[in-house]
Design a protein around this ligand. Structure first.
Ligand SMILES: [Zn+2]
Ligand SMILES: [Zn+2]
Length: 267
């Protein structure tokens, strides 16, 4: 944040001018609002788009305008991000309760990224058993980055549906016919991408190839990527393409295990 922002805004909103409404689902508000302490008291437009007001002689941009425009942009990106599940939507780093040493290491790594972005050179590869919070933590990072930086971000779950959607771009008469390549291109170029449930065993060669092309493209473009997987990549990806995929992922991501219990203590 630059000095000017710090002067405009207050510590209550962490000098962003924006607060998270934690009860937004109950109150029916947006998940984000202009700060009630430093922005709303100076707002003269009443929140009416396009956030101008008249002072008698002149039409002036309202103090709230930059903040509200940013909120509008963030909401637009967020609603198109693919984070659909209520379980994961609008969660912040404080919503992640680390229950093991591994989990707290992963939380710290996530916190670090949120603080330093865009000056981060590696994403995350979180792997471990189901139910250890990998998807939650990856959604938290995506949410925080979209909220604070208004960067374009997407969440994709690697599933049958995902591949069916890609396949449908080749099917004549399908709604998405002819978009072949567009979806892949969008995913390759989006600023932040979460690839949830990255796996190997169950996929067909075409599906594997599609995923690896995506990894390759993001590697080449030096795009920030978070991956979750049930498998240890050091084992599951070792043999693939003579280890090329694994070595790219190692360069792109910090590989961290997330487990429910700390196995070092268990042993
Ligand atoms: Zn404030
Ligand atoms: Zn206003």
């Amino acid at each position: 944040m630059n000095k000017k922002d710090k002067n405009n805004f207050c510590p209550y909103c962490d000098y962003s001018g924006i607060i998270h409404n934690t009860a937004f689902e109950i109150t029916g508000d947006n998940a984000l609002s202009p700060c009630p302490k430093c922005v709303l008291p100076k707002c003269k437009c009443g929140g009416e788009e396009p956030y101008y007001y008249s002072d008698g002689d002149n039409i002036r941009a309202c103090f709230c305008r930059t903040t509200r425009l940013k909120i509008d942009r963030v909401l637009e990106i967020y609603n198109a991000s693919g984070i659909d599940s209520k379980k994961f939507r609008w969660k912040t780093i404080n919503d992640f309760k680390a229950s093991s040493k591994h989990a707290s290491e992963a939380k710290n790594a996530a916190y670090d990224i949120i603080q330093k972005f865009p000056d981060v050179n590696k994403g995350l590869y979180l792997w471990g058993n189901p139910g250890t919070g990998k998807t939650l933590l990856s959604c938290i990072v995506l949410t925080e980055l979209i909220t604070h930086h208004a960067v374009n971000g997407k969440f994709i779950k690697i599933s049958r549906n995902f591949f069916n959607l890609l396949r449908s771009t080749f099917v004549e008469g399908s709604e998405r016919y002819g978009q072949s390549g567009k979806i892949e291109k969008d995913l390759a170029s989006v600023d932040v991408l979460v690839i949830d449930d990255f796996g190997v065993q169950r996929d067909s060669p075409w599906e594997q190839e599609t995923l690896y092309n995506l990894i390759d493209a993001r590697y080449e473009a030096e795009k920030f990527t978070i991956i979750t997987s049930n498998n240890n990549p050091e084992k599951s990806l070792k043999e693939l393409s003579e280890g090329r995929i694994l070595s790219r992922l190692r360069e792109m991501c910090r590989i961290l295990e997330l487990s429910g219990e700390d196995y070092r203590e268990k042993k």
